[in-house]
Design a protein around this ligand. Sequence first.
Ligand SMILES: [Zn+2]
Length: 147
Amino acid sequence: MSKAEKIEKRGKDKMPTTEAEWRRKLSPEQYHVTREHGTERAFSHSYYNNKRDGMYHCVCCGAPLFSSETKFDSGTGWPSFSSAGGAVTTHEDTSYGMRRIEVRCANCDAHLGHVFPDGPGPSGMRYCINGCALDFDAGDESGKTKA
Ligand SMILES: [Zn+2]
């Protein structure tokens, strides 16, 4: 995606452009994870155990990112997916003395989690994603409660 397209998209969605605006839009934990590359505590967010059908969207910009069809129980305490259902980008992350591949939302650059090459599916990938970076939409399930 070109820079111009990105800016146009941001304008349409009225995306926050400053850190102060992000802080207003997001909860402190959501802000820490998505804007400061934080990691939520394992098993701290209910999405790791969410088995309902639906789509997981970016909590920052609403872009669809992961489908329940690729979700699996990794036992790690974080929502895990065998593939990305939407646009994500990957970046090398060498923080904490580890070599990991960081996963970000392609639309707004929110930090989502990491991807590891030890998944169970045909792709062999395991997207280990922070639950608080996601917004689950069960689609036809009315009366859903937001976590
Ligand atoms: Zn996003």
